[in-house]
Design a binder for this molecule. Structure first.
Ligand code: KG4
Ligand code: ZN
Length: 353
């Protein structure tokens, strides 16, 4: 079947078309279009929900139109429309939900509401058209680490439909820790990818930063202590990252700080994920969410698994499917979604697993 996926939960307006046949194999990506209003938010250092929603309205239909064209199909060939109904910003969510609802009514197609968080997980069940990537789907029981701007969750999937949240963040999310420390260093929002890039030239041992809850007896996370430690370090040393002159003269300091922050965040994510995989004796680990695009995180989980638990299969989507996209929504709809009448779908900003 052919599924159109629509994602508008935050600042990305995204649509994609996938081809799905059988739940025992991966789905194939036919098109994947993402428009982002990040450039607008970079100026303000964070997302202004009203601005994000207005941008969603501007891009929603053009992005869907392009996704259908690039998939080289006609709307009549679509078998179902999948849309994110939460969690996210209410104004942004409403644009996608209302658009999907209207298209479902006008084209007379089934409508499948999808939880964005499951979307990040099911990004691991997608293969690109004409690519050699593996056809194999993650085997259950699987452990998912969903690390995004608002979530740092460890999810145990015993089998399709049987899901337990085994850990989450007590305060800030991992992505938030990247974004907020980035802001302290004068980097534009969102800062995760920039910190990772600058860290390549830095010394990760330069600053000893705390790794909150890394050894705790549970699978929860906490990142606010790390954030405060970075703020205190910057204040104590009177580093003025708002000044371009200071940044230019102290570029190595910035690289070292980025490397040390990245190392601390990743150390916590790797340790807790491996500990959970061992405790629940899982067959696979899957990563998802924007932070899963981090190259060091991907490498370190893979390396630690080879050393400690070589029988566990490791899955991580290509980087462009880690950040928000419509393909992951269409994929989650295929494996675990159920169609609802268009009258019955409502955006839910607080939706959880
Ligand atoms: O999943 P996502 O695109 O949106 C949400 O659902 O929140 O995740 C965005 C988060 C941001 O906090 C961003 O800084 C982070 O993912 N991120 C990264 C990288 N790329 C994006 N964090 C670390 N390293 C990266 N390469
Ligand atoms: Zn997301």
């Amino acid at each position: 079947m052919t599924i159109l996926g629509i994602e508008t939960s935050c600042d990305e307006t995204a649509a994609a078309v996938i081809q799905a046949t059988d739940k025992n194999t991966v789905v194939t990506l036919l098109s994947n279009v993402v428009a982002t209003s990040l450039m607008l938010h970079a100026k303000t250092g964070g997302i202004i929900p009203e601005v994000a929603a207005r941008e969603q309205i501007k891009y929603c239909l053009p992005v869907i139109h392009q996704a259908i064209n690039e998939a080289k199909i006609k709307p009549q060939q679509i078998d179902a429309i999948a849309v994110t109904y939460g969690p996210g910003l209410i104004g942004s969510l409403l644009v996608g939900v209302e658009t999907a609802r209207t298209l479902s009514y006008v084209w007379n197609k089934p409508l499948i509401p999808v939880n964005h968080l499951y979307g990040h997980i099911y990004a691991n069940w997608i293969k690109q058209a004409h690519s050699d990537t593996k056809e194999q789907v993650p085997e259950f029981p699987a452990l998912a680490l969903v690390a995004s701007g608002n979530h740092t969750d460890l999810i145990l999937i015993q089998k399709e439909g049987q899901v337990t949240v085994i850990g989450g963040t007590r305060d800030d999310a991992a992505g938030e820790a990247f974004d907020k420390t980035g802001r302290m260093m004068g980097l534009t929002y969102p800062a995760g990818a920039t910190i990772a890039k600058l860290a390549l030239q830095g010394n990760p041992q330069a600053f000893i930063l705390p790794r909150p809850m890394i050894g705790s007896n549970d699978f929860d996370f906490s990142f606010s202590g790390l954030k405060t430690a970075v703020l205190n370090l910057i204040k104590k040393n009177n580093w003025d990252f708002t000044s371009q002159a200071f940044k230019k003269e102290n570029s190595q300091l910035l690289f070292d700080l980025c490397a040390s922050i990245e190392k601390a965040i990743i150390a916590i994510l790797v340790r807790k994920t491996l500990k959970a995989a061992e405790a629940y004796n899982v067959a696979s680990i899957v990563l998802g969410g924007g932070v899963a695009a981090n190259q060091k995180l991907r490498e370190q989980i893979e390396l630690s698994l080879i050393q400690q638990s070589p029988t566990v299969n490791f899955f991580v989507p290509p980087q462009y499917l880690c950040t928000d996209n419509g393909a992951m929504i269409a994929s989650a709809a295929f494996y675990r979604g159920k169609p609802v009448p268009w009258q019955d779908i409502a955006a839910d900003p607080q939706l959880y697993y």
